[in-house]
Design a binder for this molecule. Sequence first.
Ligand code: GDP
Ligand code: MG
Length: 441
Amino acid sequence: LSDKFSGVIGDLGKRGTLTEADVAEAMREVRLAMLEADVALPVVKDFVNKVKERSVGAEVLESISPGQAVAKIVNDALIDALGGAGAVPLNLNAAPPVPILMVGLQGSGKTTTSGKIALRLATRERKKVLLASLDTQRPAAQLQLQQLAERAKVASLPIIAGQTPVEIANRAMDTARREGYDVVILDTAGRLSIDEALMDEVRQIRDVTHPAETLLVVDAMTGQDAVNTAKLFNEAVGVSGVVMTRMDGDARGGAALSMRAITGAPIKLTGSGEKLDALEEFHPERVAGRILGLGDIAGLVEKAADTLDQEEGERLAKKMMAGKFDLDDYVSQIKQIQKMGSISGILGMLPGMGKMKDMVDEKKLDTTIFKKHQAIISSMTKAERKTPDIIKASRKKRIAAGSGTTVQEVNKLLKQFDDMSTMMKRVNKLGLKGLMRQASA
Ligand code: GDP
Ligand code: MG
């Protein structure tokens, strides 16, 4: 979706004037790109119609830059389709112990997400959490959850062999009531495909526990399948929220766009890795940016503000917003990135850095690419770092020799920096400054 969409914006921008035919043509591209990104067909149709409606008329015609106006409309419509601005928190408004029921296909990430949610509620909200595995399908499943619980330092229901899922659910609720737990997370078994037996089981568990949240866990990478899964689970047991896992992968969030439309339930959380802390709130405005290929700037700024040197993070964010980001800032950014946890997660958020992400192995990171980039940049003069455009053939040779690299490697760095700058400019044009300011505040 991103490449296509960038192309569309670029085309409109160059033309300067925008006719209705232009809008129609742009929308055809958007439609194709969305289908490619595995957004469900009815959702695509609805989306494109909305954007067309919004695009026709004064707003676009009076705009100085029609391409920007359309881009803004597409972006806003995407945010709407993703559930509107802002994250929807977990609903824990019930008498404790509050049951949270986890459902989804096998391998979607239910057990891992159960552990992640437990950790989050225990540390951020100081809740007393009990994890209970109702997965009697696979012998190792209950042990898996127990181990996650130990890592998250929360309690798990003692394993008793031979109980049915409903019996375990009842025991979990009894234990939680007796021992004063705030929240009980019920992790259910999944199947490779949906069948009536599975749905019956989940329905029975639901009816004995009355969950405050029934969270459907779906793998973002499964695209169109995730949509079918959501539909079936929602019809069978009712879904109150969706968790999209594997957002750290290549998935651009196409499935996310369909989820809200299909289930009516908001995406509440996203998983971005295998580690227990790789769980984020779902921010429609950021995912819209990601779907449009703008990079998750706001997310990056927030993470930076969270984990890093606050002042440096803000300084870099300001320069990004002003479009004055130079190679010195890039080195500073590299240093900040090295301090952060998941490198590939961070790279995924940076505009124009998607390609880098594939090249970077988390463990090899600081000894390879970034070290090399730092070496190359430190062999540049001050002027070259401020204005990389002046670096032509002879300068490249000198820089390569000075840094013990090759001209190709220097070229690669410059190309990548150029991509980053282009994307940042595009972000600015789209008026996402406010968003970034919000996130860095
Ligand atoms: P379940 O069968 O639904 O309980 O799925 P699991 O929780 O056992 O997860 C299956 C696999 O997916 C495990 O190897 C997890 O570590 C992995 N996994 C879960 N969530 C994520 C995620 O957000 N990102 C990535 N990369 N892997 C994940
Ligand atoms: Mg499981």
